[in-house]
Design a protein. Structure first.
Lengths: 206, 794
């Protein structure tokens, strides 16, 4: 769980608009990091910091869509609220398809902007929680021995101990021991929970 | 019945007052947690109440022990009050040095709370020796004599630091110009605290026998704090109100500007046949947006220029269109329109006395307020008038609204002018065709040897020669327009000398007036090669010449129209330019509202925000001003110009359009180029055309995909200053390169094909040249034009 306070990043090449929007977000109580160019923002962004991005669509050098792609390429799932000077349907469709959190037209009303930012921050927090959980399960998986892993893959495919023992060329009793250790290391109170954990971590049943 | 002691009554009343006011401030703080200043005021008041309780105990002490006990414990409420005061100064007034703030808190806490309870006796007296009852305004109260603790100096240091802190804060506020708060809040803190300090010091040193009176000093200070908080609330409310008003105005203006830009863009490229319908639609939308009831567009009749007729009438839904509208109803207004004067009246009573008829007609129609705009462009006689009326209520016509509507009027005027010109153009073409058909070809023979003309009778009649009159070359030349004689003479001599046939177009002064003739003659020679005779034919081309002159006039109209068209194509870009400042204004205003919703608004920040709002509003005005300048249809005005500046102006107008189309622009100008002589608006138009064309060439799907436009301004030694605009499009097929400047040449789906033709006309008129060539590599096209230096043309 990340306990850092979320930051609203704002990127707009127009200094006056950037200043005003940062002011408004600050007045609403958010911590804001304004950037006058996409390049500067991409150079400074901290992947660990929770938050969202308020991004102007048309900028010289790099358009909003290109910034979105650059973040994606780095594996950063920061939710983006796009701001645009003109309501351009094809561009907004493109942005939303790629997962934009929102798409607002300038001049933007504070209610729309603040609601969009709040939603984006919530989305970011949920995403982070989700990824942390998967990472946690992966850590547990890494503690399994190769043999325990083989047993796990067969348990979650619903095989009985006897079948597993046959598959792995050993006796049922040994499998029972392995199975107990797998449940313990994965901290799974039941087979149903073990299946859920394995699925979340992307383990394929054999 | 025990007689009430007034000492008990006074101190109890003070304590009760402190607690009551403190509870009010606590309540405010509970509702608005960030309002730390209310919490601090409450703490200071409660501390003061505590001090009051302790002072009562001191005055009523019966033994030295009781006195010592109360004197030790009074330090606790004193510390609470002092800390609350300086936190208030730091957070509410944002004054006082930070380090001093911490030092004062530190020494006060150490002296009153730590040292006081650790050393024997307390921080004031290490031992209270005996009590001295003294008379205090008719009552007997206890004072004490004791051995001063060495630590008392530490306590005094804290007090001096506190006073320093207050004085420093007062000075800071004074310097900031916040004199009222400096005097009322910090000043009262300094005065009351100083008096109390001196009083206490006199008591402790044994020079004065008096009870402590700290309660009333603190009460004075906290009263000043409460007053300050209350007046802040009042100021915040009045600021919030003025902000709400200005935001509402900004919004209304935004809506109206949006409507204007939409209306103007609808008229661009509109076929003449749809202009009438579109004007009706525009009237409807203006009425809807401005809550008006009746819009009438009057036009001077094309057939009879003295008559004005209503051509487009829009009445609010549910309202009957007026059954009769004619110029006779409004003689005075008609007169004003003829001289191009605008009428704006909130009430019909505002019309002058000589408009009695107009007023009566207006009343019959139910009109309450009226705005009538003459429709004319660039000081030309008006083509008509646009009248907007409110029937339901009287209303004002603010300047900004009238200016916006004048812009609409200009759009209407241009559209109507275009409608008229299109029919006029057709008419002049028709006239030319008829003239050619009806042209009588006149035959003549000139006997060179005898110098005598043979002319057909019709020709003689037309030219004004008598039937039997002998016409020599000299006599013929006598009829030729003096300005053209030299040319005719030279052409004749050249033909006689054997340099081809005789060809000439010249004016001839005939009885019926001046006629243009086109003359062609062939020389006949004898065996020796001597010219003996010339036979020829003359064609009357007066009608054609007249039509050509008409076309020249129309061309200027076309140049303006194509500028309007260009602006229409850029309207998206211009809307974007307007959008940026409007975004900043809206967000700034809303941020300010949020600040003002706090109990202790940061007014410095709000002042900054208002300053930014003003500068952004000016920026939006600048965009509109530039647009208006470009649309101006003024006279051609040649003056010395820096072409680099013209280039920069145009790139400013097109900036956001280029950005949104992903086109990067590189400008390469040479510093210190001599000025050229030219018309700024016309040259802007040429550049605008070339830049927009270049962008179109790169974004129409063709080309290498790299979108870069290069604009160079440099010296062309032969021709003056040269401007080159290069794109990376797919180029122009070689066989079409020469034709691009011909009228109606276009490669675009929606192009008029007039842009480059107009550019050509403009550059030629500047004595320059314009041409296009394809780039070698990478592919693309470069348009060059040159303008001679200003000095050379003069």
């Amino acid at each position: 769980v990340n306990e850092r306070a979320p930051t609203v990043y704002a990127v707009d090449d127009e200094p006056a608009a950037l200043k005003a929007i940062a002011r408004l977000l600050r007045a609403a109580g958010w911590s804001v990091a304004p950037y006058a160019s996409p390049a500067e923002f991409l150079a400074r962004i901290d992947p660990e910091a929770p938050g969202c991005l308020v991004l102007d669509m048309s900028m010289p050098g790099m358009t909003g869509l290109e910034v979105q792609q650059a973040l994606e390429a780095r594996g950063l799932a920061m939710p983006i609220v796009f701001l645009t000077g003109r309501a351009d349907v094809p561009t907004s469709v493109k942005a939303m398809k790629r997962g934009a959190a929102d798409f607002l037209t300038k001049p933007v009303d504070e209610q729309d902007l603040l609601a969009a930012v709040r939603r984006a921050i919530e989305k970011d927090a949920a995403g982070r929680k989700d990824r942390a959980e998967v990472a946690e399960i992966a850590d547990r998986l890494a503690t399994l021995t190769p043999r325990e892993r083989e047993v796990l893959e067969r348990v979650i495919s619903g095989k009985l101990n006897k079948q597993i023992a046959h598959d792995l060329g050993t006796v049922e009793k040994t499998i029972k021991v392995h199975r107990g250790r797998v449940m313990e290391k994965m901290r799974a109170p039941s087979v149903a929970e073990l299946v859920r954990l394995a699925q979340r971590a992307g383990v394929r049943p054999t | 019945l025990i007689p009430l002691s007034w000492v008990t009554a006074a101190w109890s009343a003070a304590i009760a007052a402190c607690v009551t006011i403190a509870l009010q401030h606590v309540w405010v703080w509970v509702k608005d947690r960030p309002a730390v200043d209310h919490l601090m005021t409450a703490a200071a008041l409660l501390g003061t109440a505590g001090v009051g309780v302790c002072e009562l105990l001191l005055m009523r002490a019966a033994t030295p022990e009781q006195f010592g006990f109360a004197l030790r414990w009074v330090q606790l409420p004193v510390a609470v009050t002092v800390v609350a005061l300086i936190v208030f100064v730091q957070y509410h007034l944002r004054a006082g040095r930070q380090w001093l703030f911490w030092v004062v808190i530190g020494t006060r806490v150490l002296a009153s709370l730590v040292v006081n309870f650790l050393v024997p006796g307390g921080v004031i007296y290490s031992e209270v020796l005996r009590l001295h009852p003294v008379a205090f305004f008719g009552e007997t109260v206890s004072t004490a004599e004791g051995i001063q603790s060495p630590w008392i100096l530490f306590g005094r240091l804290g007090t001096v630091l506190m006073l320093t802190y207050f004085v420093d804060a007062a000075a800071t506020l004074w310097r900031r110009g916040d004199r009222r708060r400096s005097v009322v809040v910090c000043g009262s803190m300094v005065v009351y605290a100083a008096v109390a300090v001196v009083h206490v010091a006199l008591i402790h040193s044994g020079r004065l026998r008096s009870p402590y009176l700290l309660t009333f000093a603190f009460l004075g200070i906290t009263a000043a704090m409460s007053y300050e908080l209350a007046s802040d609330v009042l100021r915040a409310r009045s600021l919030a109100e003025s902000l709400r008003v200005s935001e509402a105005e900004a919004r209304a203006r935004l809506d109206f500007e949006t409507l204007l830009s939409e209306l103007s863009s609808r008229f661009v490229n509109l076929p003449a046949g749809e202009i009438d319908r579109e004007i009706g639609e525009a009237q409807r939308r203006i009425c809807q947006s401005l809550d008006l009831d009746l819009a009438v567009l009057w036009q001077w009749s094309a057939a009879d220029s003295g008559v004005i007729i209503p051509t487009h009438v829009h009445a609010r839904e549910g309202l009957r269109s007026p059954a009769e509208l004619s110029e006779g109803q409004f003689p005075w207004i008609r007169q004003q329109m003829l001289v191009g004067r605008l009428i704006a009246v909130s009430s019909l009573d505002d019309l002058p006395a000589e408009a009695a008829v107009d007023r009566e007609s207006g009343r019959l129609l139910g009109i309450k307020s009226n705005l009538t705009l003459p429709l004319s462009v660039g000081g030309e006689p008006p083509v008509g008038a646009l009248a907007l009326n409110s029937l339901q209520a009287e209303r004002d016509w603010p300047d900004s609204l009238v200016k916006g509507l004048q812009l609409v009027g200009q759009v209407f005027t241009n559209a109507l002018a275009r409608q008229r010109h299109e029919s006029a153009l057709q008419e002049s073409e028709e006239r030319l065709r008829l003239a050619i058909k009806a042209a009588s070809i006149m035959i003549w023979v000139w006997d060179v040897v005898r110098d005598e003309f043979w002319l057909s009778p019709e020709t003689r009649a037309l030219r004004g020669f008598a039937t039997s009159e002998r016409v020599t070359f000299e006599r013929y030349m006598g009829g030729v327009h003096p300005d053209d004689r030299k040319g005719v003479q030279e052409a004749a001599e050249a033909a006689l000398a054997g340099k081809g046939d005789f060809d000439s177009e010249h004016r001839f002064l005939a009885p019926a007036g001046e006629r243009w003739v086109s003359v062609h003659g062939v020389v006949e020679r004898d065996a020796g090669g001597r010219a003996i005779r010339m036979r020829g034919a003359s064609l009357d081309i007066t009608a054609r010449k007249a039509a050509e002159a008409d076309l020249l006039l129309h061309r200027e109209e076309l140049a303006h129209l194509s500028r309007v068209t260009m602006v229409g194509e850029l309207s998206g870009s211009l809307a974007h330019e307007l959008n940026q400042p409007l975004t900043a204004i809206l967000s700034n205003a809303q941020a300010a509202q949020r600040h003002l919703a706090h109990a202790a608004p940061d007014l410095d920040e709000v002042r900054e925000i208002l300053k930014d709002i003003v500068s952004e509003d000016k920026r939006a005005g600048e965009v509109i001003r530039r647009l208006r300048l470009l649309l101006r249809k003024g006279e051609v005005n040649h003056q010395p110009l820096d072409l680099s500046e013209v280039v920069e102006d145009v790139l400013k107008i097109t900036r956001s359009d280029l950005v949104s189309r992903g086109v990067a622009v590189a400008i390469d100008t040479v510093a210190g180029l001599p000025a050229v002589a030219g018309d700024r608006v016309q040259l802007q138009q040429v550049l605008l055309n070339l830049v927009v064309n270049g962008c179109d060439a790169m974004t129409d799907g063709a080309g290498s995909g790299d979108r870069r436009l290069t604009v160079r301004v440099y010296r062309d030694d032969v021709r003056g200053v040269r401007v080159s605009v290069s794109d990376l499009g797919s180029g122009i097929p070689a066989e079409k390169l020469d034709g691009v400047f011909a009228p109606f040449f276009t490669t675009k789906a929606h192009g008029l094909g007039l842009g480059l033709a107009v550019c050509h006309t403009i550059i030629e008129a500047h004595g320059g040249r314009i041409w296009a060539e394809n780039n070698a590599a990478p592919p693309g096209t470069t348009f060059h034009f040159t303008i001679p230096f200003a000095a050379e043309r003069a």
